[in-house]
Design a binder for this molecule. Structure first.
Ligand code: SF4
Length: 276
């Protein structure tokens, strides 16, 4: 029997990632809308600060991409992390040139019907250049994740597939061919090691079929089991609620740590305005 209170109408890469990682986390976060009952990790303050800086960095880059000068932006980099990330951005030819591209769409939102839902994605940047379309995502992770881990994430699969489905208005009314698309994760602390994923028609078919199947599963779900992979609980905000540990995670397992980084990932809805 469903006990959910809220009727879900949209799905996103984050909610789908939660669903595949742990159906219970999906339920608590998106159906019950339970706020964060546990301290996420230790040291708490340091993580919180890193997350806030990550959000602030996203806002600074977005402001730069809509026309605020680099000199002006630099005045707002008021911490060591922000200064380093901004310098790295400015010194990376690959991303620096994006501010000059005519076909750039920072913080673009795309959506398309998916089963009973709308699939929604907010992109850091979509850039159209010489017949190609590049999806850029800024990451302020403290570790550079493995490409295999990134390519399997819902974010990579949702962002690329949804751009095919819903990006025609960025291409003169013609849907983009999957082969035109490349997704680039640019790491503010590893500026010379971006992760680039070219897309293909076969991947698009595989991804969209998977998304349709997953949305059907979400729509018909009647139980939301706790994950059997307890590593996923180490940094989860709901671990005290689930009785999967009260103390904060301090595992050395690389995958669990990357999972944690993603849990602290920037969520656009959380980013406030900065007055320039
Ligand atoms: S603590 Fe573990 S079981 Fe509970 S929601 Fe989080 S990941 Fe799922």
């Amino acid at each position: 029997m469903k006990t959910s209170f809220f009727k879900l109408t949209t799905l996103s890469q984050s909610s789908l990632q939660d669903y595949v990682d742990c159906a219970q986390r999906f339920k608590l976060r998106y159906l019950d809308r339970l706020s964060y009952p546990a301290i996420e990790t230790e040291p708490t303050l340091e993580n919180e600060k890193h997350q806030q800086e990550g959000e602030y960095f996203h806002r600074l880059v977005q402001q730069h991409l809509i026309g605020i000068s680099a000199e002006q932006i630099a005045k707002f980099t008021n911490s060591a992390n922000l200064q380093r990330w901004w310098e790295n951005f400015q010194n990376s030819e690959d991303v620096k040139r994006l501010a000059e591209l005519p076909g750039r769409y920072p913080e673009a939102t795309l959506s398309a019907p998916l089963g009973n839902y709308r699939l929604l994605a907010k992109y850091d940047l979509i850039a159209v250049e010489n017949g190609k379309v590049l999806i850029y995502d800024w990451k302020t992770y403290r570790k550079r994740p493995r490409n295999e881990w990134l390519s399997a994430r819902m974010q990579t699969r949702v962002y690329c597939a949804l751009l095919v489905k819903a990006g025609a208005h960025l291409n003169g009314g013609q849907p983009f061919e999957p082969e035109q698309i490349e997704m680039v994760y640019w790491f503010a602390d590893f500026p010379n090691e971006p992760a680039r994923f070219a897309y293909t028609s076969a991947q698009f078919k595989r991804d969209w079929d998977m998304l349709v199947k997953l949305s059907d599963e979400v729509a018909s779900a009647s139980s939301y089991p706790l994950t059997e992979d307890r590593q996923k609980c180490a940094y989860c905000t709901y671990r005290s609620y689930c009785e999967r540990g009260i103390g904060a995670g301090n595992t050395d397992q690389a995958e669990a740590e990357m999972e944690a980084e993603e849990l602290f990932d920037v969520n656009f809805e959380q980013i406030g305005e900065i007055a320039f």
